[in-house]
Write a new protein. Structure first.
Length: 221
């Protein structure tokens, strides 16, 4: 279901006469120019360059909302793990960073839009991390870092980074666990107090993780 908007966007590209080679060219400048015509962004799997990711949207969104702030835009990815994405739509930019076409978000005023962009801006939770993340975060908050099982450092780092990013952007524990961890990792039952664990993660030292920053319009959080 989450992938329908992406498929619709790609179909739109075909409808206006762009071949697949034109929609996904190899040169970054051409990619940004073509994507900017139809509202597609470069949805990176890891920490890709934000300026390049959003560049097409800064061209596209003002054409949809004249007079709007071209910097108040976001990029919504497919919302599914990397290993579930069709390899045929995975491309690399000029620097070798992998991305897939995402959908430009042109209005960041609503909470849903902010949530989508924050989730997109966070590092991907893969199957390995999903398998250990809940146990790891509960142990971290309730017992401390020394009691976290070995092999969970990546999960802890992303969990703390995510919590601090969520709180900086005005998002709460329910969104953090249900809309990010729950949806990404297909987890629906949380046998702990969401607020307690969330607040505990936010309070962890920056050595374990820091916020990815403010994603709201004009950087005003």
């Amino acid at each position: 279901m989450k992938f329908n908007s992406l498929i619709s966007t790609l179909m739109l590209a075909g409808a206006i006469g762009l071949s697949s080679a034109a929609v996904l060219p190899r040169n970054d400048a051409d990619t940004i120019a073509n994507f900017g015509r139809i509202g597609i962004c470069l949805s990176y799997f890891a920490d890709g360059p934000t300026d390049k990711e959003l560049a097409p949207c800064k061209t596209f969104c003002p054409t949809q909302n004249p007079g709007s702030d071209p910097n108040a835009v976001g990029c919504k990815g497919p919302g599914i793990p990397r290993d579930q994405i069709d390899p045929s739509i995975v491309e690399k930019d000029d620097d070798g960073n992998e991305f897939t076409p995402g959908t430009c978000v042109c209005d960041l005023s609503g909470a849903t839009a902010i949530l989508d962009v924050v989730i997109q801006g966070l590092a991907e939770l893969d199957n390995v991390i999903c398998a250990v993340i809940l146990n790891a975060v509960v142990t971290l908050v309730e017992e401390g870092i020394d009691h976290v099982p070995g092999g969970s450092s990546a999960a802890i780092g992303k969990a703390v980074e995510g919590a601090k990013t969520f709180v900086e952007n005005g998002l709460d524990a329910v969104s953090y666990f249900s809309d990010w961890i729950g949806q990404t990792c297909n987890i629906h039952d949380f046998n702990f107090d969401l607020d307690d664990i969330f607040n505990g993660l936010v309070a962890e030292p920056d050595s374990l993780g820091v916020s990815k920053g403010c994603f709201k319009s004009g950087g005003q959080c």
